[in-house]
Design a protein around this ligand. Structure first.
Ligand code: ATP
Ligand code: MG
Length: 590
């Protein structure tokens, strides 16, 4: 706990950086709040004058003036309130906008390591939920804390001024509130925390079941999942009830202390009136102010709880903002010009997590225009090797060079635009086909787009859709098959005319037409480019200039199909016999 405190203070200080641009506006809001609070303190005093001077004292000539004041006060107060709400809204909404933009910018500058570690769900809840928590605390709540402080001190001063003895009794009663608060706080806190944890579990479970709904249905597990969900939600219900019980206890305590306060003030007030120490109006005003002494104390204790919650959110936000950029671009790094496509891996080592090496010393030289097939069992590091070439991660040791330039020495953007990538599972945005195609090259002409679509063997498909190139994909639009997605992704990669191409073949089985189309698309696209093909199809592998056989992070064999097959106990031969033996006739037939 003690270790965490300094980091909390540090984070809070850092958060103030976001508030600083709005200092002037906040000062204005602060001033308005103080004036508003002061104005709202006047009605009981006005009432006292009306009762004592006008009703009891019979000074009827003052009536009009006081009635006028009783009208002016609420009108002024509501005017100020509108102004305040507006000012605060502007500040708070800009604040969250600033924080979210800063987070997003930072996140996009981070390597994939960050996304591996944090996960989309956690990132989402930080960018959306935690930022919203901070917003309400930094602005709305900050001002209500100011209001409470001002109200408390002014009210206590007025009470003492109206009757110091009664005022002292009031102060003596205050600790009762605090006892009640601290008595219940522990229970409330623990049960809220437990409730949050249970809610987290419900939402994680819900997300899992929704995204896996196909699996649930396929195994006919609807009833089981229903039961599990019902049980989880019942858990949160029971937890909520526990919290509600504690809260009810706390409220009962508040009511008891307030009742005691009213009774004492009333009895003592009557006594003082009879003794001639207080006026009727004085007792009424005192009671009104007494309530205003207690309310801020209650509010502030509540705020203290909320403040803690906000600190948790601040910490979570800074988990993102403080995440160090690990793939760093050197200052003044030159652009990597259009590349010939010579690629060299020199004793490359890499690990995702410490002490769990994934790539264990890979050395490989590839000439411009060569087609390399990466083969090996699942999990041996093929995709990882291509991620390193894209510099999604930095190598832990060794170097990767393109045309002799270490990829860490050139501008990231220039490196990545030189490499086209078609992934195992192609990502397309919910936008039109055209927008998806030109994602990497927004300046592409209509002719370029169509040419690229032809290379990807997807043009024919596109023109058969309802709106052609303007057809919308995704949730709102048409859904594509795996093969269609991959052909679109190939066309998208072609449009940037990369010197190096990475194709991570879909492992899922495709129908034979899709398969043939992809084969053709790939043959079109590989021409004249250095390419890394992570191949599962024999027909692709056979055509490769170099077949690189990997096994748990190492290269075990390099050569072309014939050479490798001739090795008596070769790894490739073994793989080939395991996986492709049945497919040989197909290839021969093609
Ligand atoms: N983001 C990641 N974080 C941690 N470990 C990872 C990550 N991605 C992959 N790995 C691990 O690294 C190893 C290599 O994974 P990689 O994806 O490179 O395999 P692959 O050869 O492409 O397999 P496949 O043929 O199934 O696509 C695996 O053991 C995998 O568990
Ligand atoms: Mg892979």
């Amino acid at each position: 706990m003690d270790e965490q405190e300094p980091s909390k203070v540090r984070n809070l200080k850092k958060l103030l950086k976001f508030v600083r641009p709005y200092q002037r506006r906040l000062t204005v809001a602060f001033a308005i709040t103080v004036s508003l609070t002061a104005i709202q303190m006047t009605p009981p005093l006005l009432m006292k004058f009306i009762v004592d001077e006008i009703i009891v004292g019979g000074q009827w000539s003052l009536l009009e003036f006081f009635l006028f004041l009783t009208l002016v006060v609420p009108v002024t107060a509501s005017g100020l309130r509108v102004l305040n709400t507006y000012t605060i809204s502007v500040i708070s909404h800009r604040l969250i906008m600033d924080i979210r933009q800063t987070m997003y910018r930072h996140m996009l500058s981070l390597s994939l390591r960050f996304y591996d570690q944090m996960g989309t769900g956690k990132i989402m809840s930080r960018v959306m939920g935690d930022v919203a928590t901070v917003r309400s605390m930094v602005t709305m709540r900050m001002l209500s804390i100011v209001t409470d402080f001002v109200t408390f001190w002014v009210a206590i001063g007025l009470c003492l001024g109206l009757n110091w003895r009664l005022g002292t009794i009031l102060i003596v009663l205050l600790p009762l509130y605090l006892f009640n608060y601290f008595g219940w706080r522990g229970g409330i806190r623990v049960s809220i925390r437990a409730w949050r944890a249970k809610m987290d579990r419900v939402s994680v479970g819900l997300q899992e079941r929704l995204s896996g709904v196909q699996l649930v249905k396929a195994y006919g597990k609807e009833r089981r999942e229903n039961r599990a969900f019902a049980e989880e939600t019942r858990g949160t219900f029971e937890q909520s009830m526990q919290t509600a019980t504690y809260r009810a206890g706390y409220s009962a305590g508040v009511w008891a202390v307030s009742g005691l306060r009213n009774t004492i003030v009333f009895c003592m007030g009557c006594y003082f009136v009879i003794q001639g120490e207080m006026t009727y109006g004085g007792v009424m005003a005192f009671l009104a102010y007494a309530m205003r002494v207690f309310q801020p104390v209650l509010n502030l204790t509540q705020e203290a709880l909320r403040f803690e919650q906000m600190m948790i959110s601040v910490d979570r936000i800074y988990e993102v903002l403080d995440y160090e950029v690990d793939v760093v671009e050197k200052p003044d790094a030159p652009n990597l010009g259009p590349v010939a496509g010579a690629v060299e891996f020199e004793d490359v080592r890499f690990e995702y997590n410490e002490d769990e090496p994934v790539i264990k010393g890979v050395s490989l030289k590839i000439e411009p225009g060569e087609m390399v097939a990466l083969v090996g069992q699942t999990g041996c590091g093929k995709t990882t090797l291509t991620s390193l070439l894209m510099r999604f991660y930095d190598v832990s040791d060794g170097a990767i060079r393109i045309d002799g330039h270490d990829i860490r020495d050139v501008r990231l953007r220039s490196l990545r635009t030189q490499i086209g990538q078609v992934l195992q599972d192609s990502v397309l945005f919910d936008a039109s086909i055209r927008e998806n195609l030109v994602y990497g090259n927004p300046d592409a002409t209509e002719a370029d787009i169509i040419a690229a679509a032809r290379v990807g063997e997807i043009h024919e498909f596109i023109i058969r859709t309802a709106d052609g190139y303007d057809t919308i994909l995704g949730d709102e639009g048409i859904k594509l098959s795996v093969g269609e997605k991959q052909r679109l992704a190939i066309a998208r990669a072609v449009l940037t005319d990369p010197g190096i191409l990475i194709l991570d073949e879909a492992t899922s089985s495709l129908d034979s037409l899709s398969e043939a189309l992809i084969q053709k698309a790939m043959a079109n696209v590989l021409e004249g480019r250095t390419s890394f093909v992570i191949a599962h199809r024999l027909s692709t592998i056979v055509n490769a200039d170099k077949i690189v056989v990997m096994d748990s992070g190492k290269i075990v064999e390099v050569g072309d199909h014939e050479t490798l097959l001739e090795k008596p106990d070769g790894r490739y031969k073994e793989l080939y016999e395991q996986q492709f033996a049945g497919a040989v006739e197909d290839v021969a037939a093609n």
